[in-house]
Ligand binder design. Structure first.
Ligand SMILES: [Zn+2]
Length: 212
């Protein structure tokens, strides 16, 4: 049972022949001069919403961080290990990306755990429930404003509210607001609907998502 999955060996060989070899010059250039992506994407771990597939990205184009429910924690400088904050700092300060996109999606298991708090507690999902507590305020906002909505509607509303929460948290990072205010970097929210393949983009002033 310790052997590397056969199907991944096949897929890797396919990648090597169909993708790497035809683009070998580009890979060599990236290896020699380093990466300089213009876009950072913060998205969910969900296997159905890969940003590089959705944006048909080439190597070196997207700097991606994926975590459960595409969350950005608030800025804090305590003694813990801040993986997301480290990636944001590197992308903004070192790579100097021009766009930072927080991309959520439909049917998000993490957001569902936040909406249905009991499920997370019952399964003793210690890490998930603590991580998803970042959406506590958003959850209360959705539940109080949409009492009559169905569970599916509430989930979609919380998925979208979660993107706005991450953007709000992004703006607690001093170096993020600094470059945003100077016009050096723009922050975007996006929502991918898996069933229809629709990508909707957040209009910041209206606080609503509009399909592309
Ligand atoms: Zn998700």
């Amino acid at each position: 049972m310790s052997s590397f999955p056969e199907f991944l060996i096949d897929r890797f060989r396919r990648f090597k022949h169909r993708h790497f070899v035809p683009n070998a010059d580009q890979y060599e250039e990236l290896a020699r001069y380093g990466q300089s992506p213009e876009v950072m994407v913060i998205s969910c771990c969900d296997s159905r919403v890969d940003p590089e597939t959705i944006f048909t990205a080439m190597p070196g184009e997207l700097f991606v961080v994926r975590n459960v429910a595409n969350l950005v924690p608030p800025y804090e400088t305590g003694g813990n290990y801040h993986g997301v904050s480290t990636a944001i700092e590197f992308a903004v300060m070192n790579l100097r990306v021009k766009h930072l996109i927080v991309m959520g999606h439909s049917g998000c298991g993490g957001v569902k755990a936040a909406l249905d708090q009991n499920a997370a507690i019952q399964t003793e999902a210690m890490f998930i429930s603590r991580w998803m507590s970042m959406l506590d305020d958003a959850r209360l906002k959705v539940l109080s404003a949409h009492q009559m909505s169905s569970t599916a509607e509430k989930l979609k509303l919380l998925e979208m509210e979660g993107i706005k929460t991450s953007i709000k948290n992004l703006r607690t990072f001093p170096f993020v607001t600094d470059v945003e205010n100077k016009g050096r970097m723009a922050i975007h929210g996006a929502y991918f609907d898996i069933a229809s393949g629709t990508l909707s983009v957040l209009n910041h002033s209206r606080g609503e998502f509009y399909p592309l």
